[in-house]
Design a protein around this ligand. Structure first.
Ligand code: CA
Length: 372
């Protein structure tokens, strides 16, 4: 009994001791446990991105998804970007305003959509008779393009970054062949942007129609011609079934989309996240260029095979020369009234002149003797 009593009291002592030790050890553990997660478990930065495109829009929308996925993985979950499509935010052409206002931290769109607000923005998409994609990327990253783009977008409270290139776009689908400038008179065509202004000067009745209504408009003769992108995106639209003449391009030789980022929000990010975001945008933009080239090649092969009635046409030299003249006149008019417009035009013109000499003795020289 006594022994048992003794044992009991010893046991109690042990229990008290171990409980104390256990508690203090546990306390230490808890301290370490709370200190570590505080370091590791930072709050996830969640951003919202508004895109001009609808849900599931191929290639363009895929570039945005890829960018957001990369940011999440590369930041180890520290940053997430949620994407709202135009069917949700209902403002396909309000992206710049929404990102400027901070309603969305980011956007994905096309710089030339803002030309009504600021004519200088259109240079950062593509220009009729302008640079092809490799020349334009060289200009953006090494020829002063990024600096000029920053200068223009500073006024709008946002940063703009290249957002993916479609490559050279086709001149459009025509129901009738265009043999002379006379054929342009009264021709109803959907062609947006600066190219639309150029054709309008040459007698074309230019309209802009929402993508979803393009096929019906061409099928019913509301319009006689339209341009969209190129085989990468045109095939699914079905234009090859209703317009046999597919003209080569002159008006969008290197259409670059854009990522927009609210300036204050970007500046407030820690440096490593700024770097991750910038890298993810640049990677997904270049990836979209490669993807567009691939899809165009594959889709063109299938149009050629399944729709042998489709014929490739190129505008005649006198039509091209009239387009060039109208383009130069319009550019000179705008440059005369707008120093920023002139600065970018001069930069692009000078850069293209230099880069084209290289293109001529490299890719062009190689291709002209190697096309069967
Ligand atoms: Ca286009």
């Amino acid at each position: 009994m006594k022994r048992l009593k003794y044992s009991k009291s010893l046991l109690v002592k042990f229990i008290v001791l171990f409980t104390f030790l256990g508690l203090s050890a546990c306390g230490e553990k808890q301290q370490t446990a709370t200190a570590e997660p505080e370091k590791v478990k930072q709050e996830t930065i969640v951003w919202k991105l508004a895109q001009t495109w609808g849900t599931g829009f191929p290639i363009f929308g895929d570039a945005v998804i890829r960018m957001a996925d990369l940011v999440k993985v590369m930041s180890n979950g520290e940053m997430e970007i949620r994407i709202d499509s135009s069917n949700k935010h209902k403002a396909a052409f309000g992206i710049l305003d929404m990102v400027n206002a901070g309603q969305y931290e980011m956007g994905h769109s096309g710089s030339y959509y803002w030309k009504g607000k600021d004519a200088s923005t259109m240079f950062f998409t593509t220009m009729p008779f302008g640079m092809i994609a490799p020349e334009q990327y060289a200009w953006f990253y090494y020829g002063g393009g990024m600096e000029l783009m920053k200068k223009v977008y500073d006024k709008h409270g946002v940063y703009s970054f290249p957002g993916g290139n479609t490559g050279n776009q086709m001149g459009g689908w025509f129901r009738k062949e265009i043999n002379s400038l006379d054929d342009f008179q009264g021709l109803k065509m959907r062609i947006p942007g600066f190219a639309g202004e150029v054709l309008s000067k040459l007698g074309v009745v230019v309209t802009n129609i929402a993508p979803g209504e393009l096929y019906t408009a061409l099928d019913r003769g509301t319009i006689d011609a339209l341009e969209w992108v190129g085989p990468s995106l045109d095939l699914n639209m079905g234009f090859q079934k209703i317009a046999p003449y597919y003209y080569t391009g002159w008006h969008e030789p290197a259409t670059e989309l854009q990522f927009l980022v609210n300036r204050e929000k970007f500046d407030a990010l820690p440096e490593h996240l700024q770097q991750i975001l910038t890298t993810a945008m640049q990677y997904s933009a270049y990836d979209m260029y490669a993807r567009s080239y691939h899809e165009s090649a594959v889709n063109w092969a299938s149009i050629e095979q399944e729709f042998p009635e489709v014929q490739i046409r190129t505008f005649s030299p006198d039509i091209i020369s009239a387009m060039k003249q109208a383009n130069d006149d319009l550019l000179a008019e705008s440059a005369a009234n707008d120093p920023m417009f002139k600065e970018i035009l001069d930069s692009q013109t000078a850069y293209m002149k230099m880069a084209r000499k290289w293109t001529e003795i490299s890719d062009y020289a190689y291709l002209k003797d190697n096309i069967e």
